[in-house]
Design a protein around this ligand. Structure first.
Ligand SMILES: N[C@@H](CCC(=O)N[C@@H](CS)C(=O)NCC(=O)O)C(=O)O
Length: 198
């Protein structure tokens, strides 16, 4: 089966999918659309948006749906239905925080952006990360769900990395269990190899 991921040439909503495909050991064409070419490509995508995963001659949209498809197919969903649903819960939770990050990151007005960034760091990050950090700690080991790597770890780690890289390198200082999980994800040999070759 051939796999092709169409997305822009940045991490955004595409990177977690790339990391998942790399973890699953799937060779895929990393189709990175240049922004200037997007207007001509947009009408030919299923929902006028990316990411789109092409599997053979079929295509799948919506980043979380694509992640779940790969996780289901390549056994990164936890050990049972409960664990699979916990993966959904944690990925959707960090995605809610990511949607808040999008709001300030793409704000054009500098004053409004500074205000939104401050609210992100002082209110929203603690609201979400205190609880996720506790959940990770209570689960023991390195991972968020069960005792093996799941797509939730990869999805959450990718978003945490984005927050560190773009908001504040110290954003995880108060959340050591999440930092431990993130470090464990990026130490996975296939993920390391993907990042080194990126
Ligand atoms: N809910 C969708 C949102 C997809 C989305 O907003 N994609 C953006 C890039 S991250 C896009 O295609 N923007 C270009 C456009 O809308 O023209 C998902 O999670 O995949």
């Amino acid at each position: 089966m051939s796999y092709k991921l169409t997305y822009f040439d940045f991490k955004g909503r595409g990177e977690a999918i790339r990391l998942l495909l790399a973890t699953a050991g799937v060779k895929f064409a990393d189709d990175r659309v240049k922004l200037e070419n997007w207007p001509s490509i947009k009408p030919h995508t299923p929902w006028e948006m990316v990411p789109v995963l092409h599997v053979g001659d079929r295509s799948l949209s919506q980043s979380l749906t694509i992640c779940r498809y790969i996780a289901r197919k390549f056994k990164l969903m936890g050990a049972n239905e409960w664990e699979a649903s916990k993966c959904d819960e944690y990925a959707e939770t960090i995605n809610d925080l990511y949607l808040e990050w999008i709001k300030f990151n793409f704000e054009a007005d500098p004053d409004k952006k500074a205000e939104l960034k401050n609210a992100f760091l002082t209110t929203l990050v603690p609201k979400y990360l205190i609880k996720l950090n506790t959940l990770q700690s209570n689960n023991g080991g390195n991972f968020l769900v069960g005792n093996t790597l799941t797509w939730a770890d990869i999805f959450v780690a990718d978003k945490l990395q984005t927050f560190e890289d773009t908001v504040d390198q110290g954003v995880l200082n108060e959340y050591p269990h999440l930092r431990k999980m993130k470090d464990a994800v990026f130490a996975e040999p296939r993920i390391k190899a993907y990042i080194e070759g990126r």
